[in-house]
Write a protein that binds this ligand. Sequence first.
Ligand code: NAD
Length: 268
Amino acid sequence: MGDNGDMTIKVGVFGAAGRMGRTVCGAVCADPQLHLVAAVDPYHQGLDLRSVTGVDCDLHMALDGDALADAGASVAVDFTVAAGARENLHWCAANGVHAVVGTTGLDEDDLHELAEIFTTSNCVVAPNFAIGAVLMMRFAELAAPWFPTAEIIELHHDQKVDAPSGTALLTAERMTGASVEWGEDPTVEHVLEGARGGRGSGGIPIHSVRLRGLIAHQEVLFGTTGQSLTIRHDSFDRSSYMPGVLLAIKAVVERPGLTVGLDAILGL
Ligand code: NAD
């Protein structure tokens, strides 16, 4: 909570000049329960936040965590790169600052370490802050035991360099965690190499579409005798992540240790 008796949460953003960081700065400034007190981006140090985000805020991009300490931030948000996030999170843990992390590329070893170092402050790491995507995965998990065949189609913009998406892989894992009974693929003749897509957990086919104009979309198709079920989620722009990020900033204060994913925060 803020000083001087006000109940706002003081927030600092790592990666503030980046695509996600800028959007987070804007969303934090627009939330009456939050107060943006520091913007950190070593590669854009000194840059005026107003000129970058268009947000009416007097901050300039700072070099490192000291800016959060000086401003008394109680929560840090990190949308940077994995190596930068590791450093920033060590700083947060050492300085008793809660952390909300969206940066991708942190592995199981990183998560173990975060669970160990966040003792005096808390940490939420979410690979996907879009609440609709989190629900899509949960719904897919619920449907899995009732449909013996399923395929995933993920669709993204034409700048994405990896395929399939982490969300598609995670969706397949969640589905096979909920059901072990999956039908055999009937295909014996692959006329075109890769026509049946890549194989996710449990052999669930994952098809990746890359198209200019798209942002981030996914369909999970389920089939059984006489019926099918399609679950679809669409992210139209980066604002889709903001309700999840704001929720996590408010929740992290109350959740001791490490929380991975938004599921628990959403009560799923
Ligand atoms: P970006 O390249 O636009 O922004 C990253 C910013 O971080 C840059 O401005 C860079 O200068 C800055 N940076 C690098 N190292 C830093 C450090 N040590 N400290 C502070 N700032 C540092 O990238 P982006 O599109 O904003 O994505 C950022 C990350 O967020 C990526 O890992 C991306 O995969 C992830 N992401 C996660 C979600 C989610 O829902 N979890 C959604 C979108 C993107």
